[in-house]
Design a protein around this ligand. Structure first.
Ligand code: 13P
Length: 247
């Protein structure tokens, strides 16, 4: 399984970041799971350059710009230059800050151009009884992938992150059955967009209040290939216990 630790902006203390990185390396060495650290940009700069460990690094976002006079922006190329190999694109916390469909599609293209494997986040605002949440997820995938070439589409990892289940104040927890349904649905949408049978190799992750207590049930029969973990990834003991659940 793949476990992406999304530190968001929870960690801004360098000593704490170093400690969490050291523990993550140890966890990765002992685990059969792949650990990807999606951490604040300065910490990627500090840790990824000479990284010879099993841990991989992901940007939490990339700039819409490809360079030039854009103060404060961090391009996909800059992330790639310091050793990041993945990029989270279209996280709901970025969509809320203004990333619309076209921004997400362009950022995906930049990430791929510069050798970063995109982790495309999709997810509905709420669950309704008419199944509109399914079309909302479909729309997010289709608008993101359609502008890409067929080959590029095969490189995308999709992370299903229902907005209602994410962050510090979630209004619910996903049931394993509901996750199974959504993973199947996402695979169906991918099958329509990817060439031949290549969608069979696409990776689908889940994120939203993933905790040590529930992760095994979510992993068991849902068909997910891994998890995006927010809060539970920034405490060393909690994160270590969570990864162990999947070993
Ligand atoms: P939480 O695990 O804190 O709900 O965050 C999930 C998430 O947004 C990961 O990208």
């Amino acid at each position: 399984m793949i476990i992406v630790a999304n530190w968001k902006a929870y960690i801004d203390d360098f000593e704490k970041a170093k400690k969490l990185f050291a523990i993550s390396k140890r966890i990765a060495r002992a685990s059969k799971n792949k650990i990807i650290l999606a951490i604040p940009a300065p910490f990627i700069g500090a840790f990824a350059v000479k990284n010879k460990t099993k841990v991989a690094f992901s940007a939490q976002d990339v700039s819409l710009t490809t360079g030039g006079a854009s103060t404060g922006e961090i391009t996909a190329q800059a992330y790639s230059a310091v050793g990041a190999t993945y990029a989270i694109i279209g996280h709901s916390e970025r969509r809320r800050a203004g990333d619309d469909y076209s921004v997400v599609a362009n950022k995906l293209a930049h990430a791929i151009t510069h050798g970063l494997t995109p982790i495309l986040c999709v997810g509905e605002q709420e669950r309704d009884s008419e199944g509109k949440y399914l079309s909302s997820v479909r729309e997010q995938i289709v608008t993101a992938l359609e502008p890409l070439t067929q080959k590029e589409r095969t490189e995308i990892i999709v992370a299903y992150e229902p907005i209602w289940a994410i962050g510090i104040d979630p209004t619910g927890v996903i049931a394993p059955n509901d996750l199974t349904e959504m993973v199947l649905y996402i695979r169906k949408v991918l099958a329509e967009l990817l060439p031949g049978k290549s969608s069979a190799h696409s990776l689908v992750l889940y994120g939203g209040s993933v905790e040590q207590g529930g992760i095994r049930a979510l992993a068991a029969n849902s068909g997910v290939d891994g998890f995006l973990v927010g809060r539970s990834s920034v405490d060393p003991h909690t994160f270590s216990a969570l990864v162990k659940q999947l070993d």
